[in-house]
Design a protein around this ligand. Structure first.
Ligand code: CP
Length: 294
């Protein structure tokens, strides 16, 4: 297994091996074994956490890192994605880490790659963001047995690429208590989605997983006002008191402070948001180790 497009395609055994290696990386950091492989980062969309943590992880493992910036490349002169990838492969890279706006493009990209070249999907449209889903599941698994986890996903699950990956990871660990809370137009179809905030509704919830409104993936006929969301759904002190939530708050980032959540909650003692970023580094080291050596 050296091509990661979605969590759905990973076995529970692979994920457990990844979590165990992530724990070792976390314990041993910064003492890690080195290698001279070359990885190319190709980000068609902006990123802070994913791109920097992959770059840091790869360099810490002794990889050479090539940073391909589509907006400063020959794509601007009309070169296609396929020809760009062929060109990069001719430069003898060992692996590609790609973020792209097109939903599911990672499944097409892996068909262009030779067996020996590893691949990690760093987010493609709203298809998948496997390493974010896995690092979040790892962060939850450090606190709670995932089969007993009670999680509420709050906000724009409909346009999220993290949520399909997170749900796939949680389901592999037999997590059954996955609920949603959002305005009707941001609920996923066929999911257990509550649209009203009710007294005590989160009293038994371990993790409140908050999402920003991902307007960059809205279709032309979709919209929601930030003010409406902030007024009616924002995770703030009043929301926490009303819902009687006593668990931990998570968010994949970037956070839009003052819209889906207040700074007081993001920086509060129950927030795991920066722990998620830190665990993302360890998990990406572990994943690069696992798939670049197989
Ligand atoms: N969560 C996430 O993918 O963040 P970045 O866009 O900053 O990489």
């Amino acid at each position: 297994m050296n091509k990661i497009t979605s969590v759905a395609k990973l076995s529970k055994e692979f994920i457990l091996e990844l979590f165990n290696l992530t724990k070792i990386v976390k314990k041993d950091w910064p003492e890690l074994g080195g290698s001279r492989k070359t990885v190319c980062l190709i980000f068609w969309e902006p990123s802070t956490r994913t791109k920097l943590s992959f770059e840091h992880a790869a360099k810490k493992l002794g990889f050479d890192v090539i940073d391909f910036s589509p907006s400063h490349s020959s794509i601007e002169k009309g070169e296609s994605l396929e020809d760009t990838i062929k060109t990069i492969l001719s430069l003898k890279v060992d692996g590609l880490i790609i973020r792209h706006p097109e939903t599911g493009i990672s499944e097409k990209i892996i068909n262009m790659l030779p067996e020996s070249v590893f691949f990690i999907n760093a987010g493609d449209g709203n298809y998948a963001h496997p390493t974010q889903g896995l690092l979040d599941a790892f962060t939850m698994h450090e606190l709670v047995d995932l089969s007993k986890l009670n999680i509420t996903i709050h906000g724009d699950a409909k346009h999220s690429r993290v949520i399909p990956s997170l749900i796939e990871a949680l389901k592999k660990f037999e997590c059954k208590n996955i609920r949603f809370l959002a305005p009707k137009n941001l609920c996923l179809p066929n999911e257990n989605c509550k649209t009203e905030i009710v007294d005590g509704m989160l009293s038994d919830c371990d993790i409140l997983y908050v999402l920003r409104i991902q307007k960059e993936r809205f279709s032309k006929d979709e919209d929601i006002e930030n003010d409406f969301f902030a007024e009616n759904y924002q995770v703030n002190k009043k929301f926490i008191e009303l819902t009687k939530f006593q668990g931990n708050v998570m968010h994949p980032g970037p956070v839009n402070i003052g819209i889906e959540v207040t700074r007081e909650i993001v920086e509060g003692r129950n927030s795991l948001i920066l722990k998620q970023v830190e665990n993302g580094l360890y998990l990406r080291v572990a994943l690069l180790k696992l798939i670049s050596m197989s």
